[in-house]
Design a protein around this ligand. Structure first.
Ligand code: NAD
Length: 486
C-alpha cells in the first residue's frame, strides 16, 4: 500500500482474473490509526457472486476434486510456502488495514501458513470406513467434497480466520467463493492472487468483495453453493441460517461470545493477573474469545482487582506500526463510539470504572479510533456490560461465593464459546470445565485456539467446528456404499 493522494484500486479475483464489480462501483478502505483512505476496493454485486460461483463450479468440474489427494496436498504445501514468502507484505497490509499491532499481524500471518500446511498434510489422511452391516455384503463410506462452498469472514482476524475455512475446504476438494468483511478486504484479495501464483487452478479460490447485506446474502442464498462457512455476529449467523434454507445448504457458524475468566482463591493470582489482560484487551477486545467477564472468588476479590488493574495500566497502547505496541485502535470510529457507549452504560448502571475507558492523552494517537482498556468492578448479571458482547477493550468483574455459583454465573449467558478456569485443585478444574457450557475451556491459561484441535461454540455461539480434523469433515458429504454379496 502507498500513502499517495490517490489510493490504489483493488479488484476482486474471479476465475483467476482481477475483475471490477458488475456495476463498476468501489468502496473506500480507511485505516483506523490515522483515518486515511488506503484503498478503493471493487464493490461486488449478486451478479458477481453468480460469476464467482460459475467459475468455482467450472474449476470443481475440471479436476480440483478428482486430482489425487497427494497432488492437492502438494499444491497446498506450495501455497503455504508462498504465504511465508510474502509474510512481511501480508503482515504490513493487515496491520495497516485494521490497525492491528504489527507484532500481532506477523504472528497471525505465520499462523495462516501453519493452518494451510496442517490441512495440506491432512488431505491424504481423510478417509472413509468399512462398516460390518448385518446383510451379507460389503459396506463402506466415502468422504466426498460438497462442491462450491461460500466462506464469509469478519474483520477482527481477517486472513487468519479465513484460513481456518480455506484450509479444510480446499483440502477436502471443494472450490471456494471467499467474502471478506468490508473493513478488511485487502489480505483476502492478495491471498487470492497468491493462490494463483502457487499454482492452484483458476477458479479454485475466488474472492468477492462488497457489503454483507448484498454480496454476503447472495452467497448465503445461492443455489449453486452447497455449504457456507461463516464467522461473525450471532444475529448475522441467524440471518445466514434463514437464507441458507432455500437449498438446505450445509452451514458452519462461528459466532459471538461473552466468555468467563473464573478465578478461585487457590489459583496463582499473580500469573492470572499478569496474563489475563491480554485475554480480553488483545486485538483491542475485538476477539470472539475475549474473556470479558472476570468471575472471582469473593475472598480474593480485592487483591485480584488491584493486581489486574495494575497489569492493565501497563498494557502498551499505541501506533500499530510500532513493534512494542500491544493494543492499537479499534477497527473504526464507529466501533470506538459503540464501545464508548458501553462504558457510559456501565457507569450509568452503577458499575465502578477502576481504570481506562477514555481515549489516550498522547497527541500522536489523537486522530485514531483509540480507547484505553477499561476495567469495571462491582458489576452484576443484569448490567448491559455483562449481558452483551461489547467487542471492545472492556472487562467486568463479578464476585462469587462457591463453585456452584461460579458455574451458574459462567453459564448465565446465551453464548457458549470459550472460557478459563484458574485453580490449583485438579478436581475442581475438571468439575468446572465439565459444568461450563462452552466449546472451548482453558485451565490455568487463556489459550483457546490450537490448529490441531476443534474450535467452536455451544448455544448461540455457533454450529459446527473450525480447526482440527473436525473442520475437515465439516467440508465433506458422507456417502455410504453397500455392495450386495449374496
Ligand atoms: P458481522 O456479522 O457483521 O460480519 C461478518 C461477515 O458477514 C462480514 O463479511 C459481513 O460483510 C458479512 N455479512 C453481514 N451481513 C450479512 C448478511 N445479511 N448475509 C451474509 N453475510 C453478511 O461480524 P463482524 O462485525 O465482521 O465480526 C464481529 C463478530 O464476529 C463478533 O460477534 C465476534 O464475536 C464474531 N466472531 C466470532 C468468531 C468465532 O470463531 N466464534 C471469531 C471472530 C469473530
Amino acid at each position: 500500500m502507498t500513502t499517495d493522494q490517490t489510493p490504489p484500486t483493488v479488484r476482486m479475483i474471479i476465475g483467476g482474473a482481477q475483475v471490477d464489480g458488475a456495476d463498476g462501483r468501489t468502496f473506500d478502505v480507511v485505516e483506523p490509526h490515522a483515518g486515511t483512505t488506503i484503498a478503493r476496493v471493487a464493490e461486488g454485486t449478486p451478479a458477481d457472486v453468480d460469476r464467482a460461483v460459475a467459475a468455482a463450479q467450472a474449476a470443481f468440474d475440471s479436476g480440483w476434486a478428482t486430482i489425487t489427494a497427494a497432488e492437492r496436498a502438494r499444491l497446498m504445501f506450495r501455497l503455504a510456502q508462498v504465504v511465508r514468502d510474502h509474510h512481511e507484505e501480508l503482515s504490513q497490509l493487515e496491520s495497516r488495514n485494521i490497525g492491528k499491532p504489527i507484532s500481532g499481524a506477523r504472528w497471525e500471518i505465520g499462523r495462516v501458513a501453519d493452518v494451510i500446511e496442517f490441512y495440506a498434510g491432512a488431505t491424504t489422511k481423510l478417509h472413509g470406513e468399512t462398516i460390518p452391516v448385518t446383510r451379507p455384503g460389503f459396506d463402506f463410506t466415502l468422504r466426498e467434497p460438497i462442491g462450491v462452498v461460500g466462506l464469509i469472514v469478519p474483520w477482527n482476524f481477517p486472513l487468519y480466520l479465513a484460513s481456518w475455512k480455506l484450509g479444510p475446504a480446499l483440502a477436502a476438494g471443494n472450490t471456494v467463493v471467499l467474502k471478506p468483511a468490508s473493513y478488511s478486504p485487502l489480505t483476502a484479495v492478495r491471498f487470492g492472487e497468491l493462490a494463483l501464483e502457487a499454482g492452484l487452478p483458476a477458479g479454485v479460490v475466488n474472492v468477492v468483495t462488497g457489503p454483507g447485506g448484498t454480496v454476503g446474502a447472495a452467497i448465503a442464498a445461492h443455489h449453486g453453493i452447497g455449504k457456507v462457512g461463516f464467522t461473525g455476529e450471532t444475529a448475522t449467523g441467524q440471518e445466514i441460517m434463514r437464507l441458507a434454507a432455500g437449498n438446505i445448504k450445509k452451514i458452519s457458524l462461528e459466532l459471538g461470545g461473552k466468555s468467563p475468566n473464573i478465578v478461585f482463591a487457590d489459583a496463582d493470582l499473580e500469573r492470572f493477573a499478569a496474563e489475563s489482560p491480554y485475554s480480553v484487551f488483545d486485538n483491542c477486545g475485538q476477539d470472539c474469545c475475549a474473556r470479558s467477564r472476570i468471575l472471582v472468588e469473593r475472598s480474593v476479590h480485592d487483591k485480584v482487582v488491584a493486581l489486574f488493574a495494575e497489569a492493565t495500566k501497563k498494557v502498551k497502547v499505541g501506533d500499530p506500526s510500532d513493534p512494542a505496541t500491544e493494543v492499537g485502535p479499534l477497527v473504526s470510529f464507529r466501533q470506538r463510539d459503540r464501545v464508548a457507549a458501553y462504558v457510559e452504560a456501565g457507569r450509568a448502571e452503577g458499575a465502578e470504572l477502576v481504570v481506562g475507558g477514555v481515549p489516550p492523552t498522547d497527541p500522536a494517537l489523537s486522530r485514531g479510533a483509540y480507547l484505553l482498556p477499561a476495567v469495571f468492578d462491582r458489576a452484576t448479571t443484569e448490567m448491559k456490560i455483562v449481558r452483551e458482547e461489547i467487542f471492545g477493550p472492556v472487562v467486568a468483574v463479578i464476585p462469587f461465593d462457591s463453585e456452584d455459583e461460579a458455574v451458574r454465573l459462567a453459564n448465565a449467558t446465551p453464548y457458549g464459546l470459550s472460557g478459563s478456569v484458574w485453580t490449583r485443585d485438579i478436581g475442581r478444574a475438571i468439575r468446572v470445565s465439565k459444568g461450563i457450557q462452552t466449546g472451548v475451556i482453558s485451565v490455568n491459561c487463556n489459550n483457546s485456539v490450537h490448529i490441531e484441535a476443534p474450535f467452536g461454540g455451544y448455544k448461540m455461539s455457533g454450529l459446527g467446528r473450525d480447526l482440527g480434523m473436525d473442520a475437515l469433515r465439516e467440508y465433506t458429504e458422507v456417502k455410504n456404499v453397500f455392495v450386495d454379496l449374496s
